[in-house]
Unconditional design. Structure first.
Length: 89
């Protein structure tokens, strides 16, 4: 659940939210909320071990990378769509 949200929402969060730090925080809050629900759902089987937390850490890193990647793509695209300033001499 957390991995799917990270893959589907990481890049759009960086692309759509203009402030990169706000996008990272928003993604972190969303993933943390989903992680709590997911951990409660799978935790009743006593199957949570160290690899579970390693996978979650990698998921957060990938999501952060997608957010950071989406931000400059958005900035470059917005900059390319603005009309150039023409000065006459």
């Amino acid at each position: 659940m957390v991995q799917l949200a990270a893959l589907l929402l990481g890049f759009p969060a960086g692309y759509l939210i203009r402030n990169k730090h706000l996008a990272l925080v928003a993604m972190g809050v969303l993933l943390t909320a989903l992680l709590v629900v997911q951990t409660i759902a799978v935790g009743h089987d006593d199957r949570i071990d160290a690899i579970y937390w390693v996978i979650q850490a990698v998921t957060y890193a990938v999501a952060g990378g997608l957010v950071v990647w989406g931000h400059p793509v958005s900035t470059n695209r917005r900059g390319a769509t603005q009309q150039p300033v023409v000065t006459h001499r």
